[in-house]
Ligand binder design. Structure first.
Ligand code: GLU
Length: 492
């Protein structure tokens, strides 16, 4: 592996588009471990230039989740650093200037094609069974003409001039050199018509300016790397070393997805997985400690880490293995540590204060508290005794299941998880389905609490939290969806 001059600098560059993903923790772990082992720096950069997908609460959730697992960064939007700002939305001028450099040295051009023209080109390409991509219509426009039209305010994008022939070689440190023919690389848009950069331009410019030496990222970005290599050449910059980490997979080998596995780090926190168990588990994804050892600490991993222990076959994000590791860590705690761990998790004053208004009117003695609130301290529920009640009159079970899954999507599309928001989303959902609210809300109550009587439905969902609520709705949806309509209720 070629050596790099100067200190190791690595980064993760998440886009704040939703809940903090286990894949982000996975990539962060390997960046962190490598940085610590090499005495380098670990940087957190927020890639939020796609304003249509960015979510306000997501960035903070990424910070919180990474801190919870214990992967702290040396430089980042919230801690600053010598290459600030670390949030791409605050770096727009830098990208414009760099697009300007490439326009100036002839490695990029302004493209004035309208969306309408591009759509026609696409249809034509499909009809002729050609590779889709921009037909380079504006590539040979006179640059002075292009500059004049831009000054006159004509809408345009800036595209890179990808090579027309020859090979592009990507040196992936885990795979060796990968050769791609130039005809596979499009004249990628660098600057959009709103003046904001695409992922490719911003990512390359920032990795260069932030002096990133090793880009350790998920395999799904490997198809972008040839474009990045072209961009490094266009700027005359030395590219960093690339490591594309294998994708985490569901047990059926498909890419990990929330439909088959919970993917939010917060879910694992809420069900009581210990942060170091999660890190340990992620450390076994594609990497081996050696001697078949599966249980190891972060500092042990840092000590023995080497890239030649990576294997590229898709590691399976198996819940059983994670739970098993967690069990091992829980079992070795002293009683004091265990009590502290449980208190830090949910059995604490802050959480009980949220719960108190929900159970206060439902208890006559303190010994009634636990039976009322137990549903807040467990993950999955047993629906056997209520499955027969999980019905909507005159609606087939499979449609009830489908509707519940749709509700999950609607809840995900809405920022915030306060009772009023939940109620609004649920009422709109019920109205659209033309289900009576009393039937729909009973169904939700059964799914979320496993019982017919519970504290206020939306307050319960809110205090239970997004992760557990979604998980229960999904489990109930799947169970109802596969229950035959005429079957007697389970458990009878
Ligand atoms: N913004 C990309 C992401 O969301 C970064 C990919 C990369 O590391 O280059 O993962």
């Amino acid at each position: 592996m070629p050596s790099t001059a100067g200190p190791v600098r690595v980064r993760i560059a998440p886009s704040p588009t939703g809940d903090p993903h286990v894949g982000t923790a996975y990539i962060a772990l390997f960046n962190y471990v490598f940085a610590k082992q090499q005495g380098g720096k670990f940087i957190l950069r927020i890639e939020d230039t796609d304003q249509t997908r960015a979510r306000a609460d997501s960035e903070q959730m990424i910070f919180d989740a990474l801190r919870w697992v214990g992967l702290t960064w040396d430089e980042g939007p919230d801690v600053g650093g010598p290459f600030a700002p670390y949030r791409q939305s605050e770096r727009a001028q830098i990208y414009k200037d760099h697009a300007g450099i490439l326009l100036g040295n002839g490695q990029a051009y302004r493209c004035f094609c309208t969306a309408d023209r591009l759509a026609k080109v696409r249809i034509q390409q499909q009809a002729e069974k050609k590779n889709p991509g921009y037909d380079r219509h504006c590539r040979d426009l006179d640059p002075a003409d292009g500059a004049r039209r831009a000054t006159e305010g004509e809408a345009h994008v800036v595209r890179m001039k990808a090579p027309l022939a020859g090979d592009i070689i990507v040196h992936d440190q885990l795979r060796g050199p990968v050769t791609i023919n130039a005809d596979q690389v499009d004249d990628q848009v660098l600057l959009k018509s709103d003046g904001l950069p695409t992922y490719h331009l911003a990512n390359v410019v920032d990795d260069h300016l932030m002096q990133i030496t090793h880009v350790i990222r998920a395999e799904e970005w490997i198809s972008s790397t040839p474009k990045h290599v072209v961009l490094y050449q266009a700027f005359g910059w030395e590219p960093p070393q690339f490591f594309h980490m294998p994708l985490l997979r569901n047990s059926d080998q498909s890419k990990i997805s929330k439909r088959k596995n919970p993917v939010s780090i917060n879910y694992y926190r809420d069900i009581g997985i210990l942060p170091h168990a999660l890190l340990n588990f992620l450390g076994t994804m594609g990497w081996s400690f050696g001697h078949d050892r599966e249980k190891f600490t972060l500092s042990e991993m840092i000590e023995v880490f080497s890239w030649d222990r990576m294997s590229l076959g898709g590691p399976v994000f198996g819940q059983d293995k994670l739970t098993h590791l967690n069990e091992l860590y829980l079992h070795e705690l002293t009683p004091e540590q265990l009590v502290d761990t449980v208190l830090a998790w949910r059995l604490n004053r802050d959480y009980l204060l949220k719960l108190a208004p929900l159970f206060q009117k439902r208890i006559k003695k303190l010994s009634d508290v636990m039976p009322v609130v137990d549903l807040f301290f467990c993950a999955d529920l047993d629906y056997a005794h209520v499955l027969g009640d999980m019905k909507i009159p005159d609606v087939a079970n499979k449609d009830v299941g489908k509707a519940l899954l749709e509700l999950i999507e609607k809840l995900e599309a809405r920022e915030g998880f306060e009772p009023a928001i939940l109620e609004e989303v649920a009422r709109q959902w019920t109205t659209a389905l033309t289900w009576k609210p009393k039937h729909a809300f009973m169904l939700l109550r059964l799914a979320v609490t496993g019982r017919t009587a519970s504290p206020g439905l939306f307050e319960t969902m809110s205090v239970l939290g997004k992760e557990l609520t979604r998980r229960r709705l999904r489990s109930a949806a799947e169970l109802i969806g596969k229950t035959p309509d005429k079957a007697p209720p389970a458990g009878t």
